[in-house]
Design a protein around this ligand. Structure first.
Ligand code: UDP
Length: 402
């Protein structure tokens, strides 16, 4: 198959989960390029992977527009938005397809695609619901998708269902889970802890960017009821959530947990850190669209406790569902952590099953192949039927992987 020339578009150059997916997908399309609204870490990382990068002259500052803010707040930026659309439309003529990797990128790309007469794919990484987006924003996104997109890629059924619930055309949607390949040779915990300067004894870890909806505060509150347990909080506030980050430190001090909660900041050795802790906790209080962190924990065979919102139920192995706890429920989290430390959960065979599932369903090659099929289909077919490239999981959820 001739590789299609894809123009990837992203509004932010800060690297969070969606940009990690872009870094995995874009290099698979030879001759493709990325158009980024701003300069930042993503520019260099894409270039290091051989992807040509174009930076907008007008797009800086769009990432500071809050996605739950009212449409009126975007008005002062109208002139610059027109500039970005013009840049994109001009560039798009050199490419077979436009591939918007973020919600803000999609809004402007959908206008540019119409002008340049190029098919448009939206990789929708977010749950379009009221906890994440204002009503007008959701309506606009869905309207543009139904009108202009040739395909919508979602990483989970949870994202697809939210899109459809908002009025999105189900025929556009293709569920393609994020694919990850981790290079993590198993290393004994004691050695890792020494190497990483981590404390001995019962240790749990949270591995997410710092943001209110990621729920780090719930884990800190739970720690107050788990006398001997320590916790590492890994990640930083990537999108201006500094007040929340400060509030976590205040909470730790108020609860007298300074000796047991360790903030490690943004790290690039996540597989090692995950193997060094006894339990990975993923405490999001709003629905998680995917949660790469969940798959990473499964790949390194870590016991995992996640909140039952969004895609976690799809991703965890059927047996793992009893390690799902209600979002924001401190008492349930305390119980689940106690259960794992008591040995009632986390059997080696169950961890093996979780790892196998992660490898079977969430491999990088599988994601790339499924996306290539959607790209090909979008270029070849003017009608906008979904290819349903990859249905990720069984839907019979029983009780536990741990
Ligand atoms: N991550 C990282 N360093 C950190 C914290 C997180 O590399 O200090 C990675 C984490 O391992 C995962 C990604 O950031 O691969 C977050 O993706 P996820 O889908 O869990 O959440 P998102 O940020 O997209 O909401």
């Amino acid at each position: 198959m001739t590789p299609r020339k894809v123009l990837f578009v992203n509004h932010t150059s800060t690297v969070s989960g969606a940009e990690m997916v872009l870094l995995d997908v874009a290099p698979a399309f030879a001759g493709s390029a990325a158009f980024l609204f701003e300069q930042g870490a993503l520019n260099q990382q894409l270039e290091q992977r051989g992807v040509r990068v174009f930076s907008s002259r007008f797009g800086a500052g769009f990432s500071r527009l809050k996605r739950d803010s009212r449409a009126i707040s975007a008005v002062p930026m109208a002139g610059r938005m027109i500039g970005v659309v013009a840049e994109l439309a001009h560039l798009a003529r050199e490419y077979d397809v436009i591939y918007a990797n973020s919600q803000k990128a999609f809004t402007l790309a959908s206008l540019a695609a119409g002008i340049a007469r190029r098919p448009l794919i939206w990789h929708l990484h977010d749950i379009l619901d009221k906890t994440h987006f204002a009503a007008k924003q959701r309506q606009l996104q869905v309207y543009l998708a139904n009108r202009n997109a040739r395909a919508v890629i979602t990483p989970s059924l949870a994202v697809e269902q939210a899109f459809v619930a908002e009025g999105g055309n189900p025929e556009l949607a293709n569920v393609i889970p994020n694919g990850l390949d981790l290079d993590a040779d198993p290393i004994p915990k004691t050695i890792l802890r020494r190497q990483l300067d981590l404390p001995s004894g019962p240790l749990i870890g949270v591995f997410s960017r710092i943001a209110p909806w990621k729920g780090q505060h719930v884990v800190i509150r739970a720690l107050a009821n788990l006398t001997n347990v320590r916790c590492i909080i890994v990640g930083s506030p990537l999108f201006g959530e500094d007040d929340y980050a400060n509030s976590l430190k205040i909470l730790v001090a108020r609860l007298g947990l300074q000796d047991r909660v360790h903030f490690l900041g943004q790290r690039s050795d996540i597989p090692q850190l995950m193997q060094a802790v006894d339990i990975v906790v993923h405490p999001s209080v709003s629905p998680e669209p995917f949660g790469r962190t969940l798959v990473e924990a499964m790949l390194v065979r870590s016991p995992l406790i996640a909140t039952d919102a969004g895609a976690a139920r799809e991703i965890l192995a059927p047996d793992a569902v009893n390690m799902l706890v209600p979002p924001g429920d401190t008492a349930a989290l305390v119980n689940a952590i106690r259960q794992v430390f008591s040995g009632a959960a986390g059997l080696p065979s169950q961890l093996d099953a979780a790892q196998t599932r992660a490898k079977d369903f969430y491999g990088l090659a599988k994601m790339r192949a499924a996306i290539a099929r959607v790209v090909e289909h979008a270029v070849n077919n003017k009608n906008r039927t979904s290819l349903q490239a990859h249905q990720p999981t069984n839907t019979s959820f029983a009780s536990t992987v741990l």
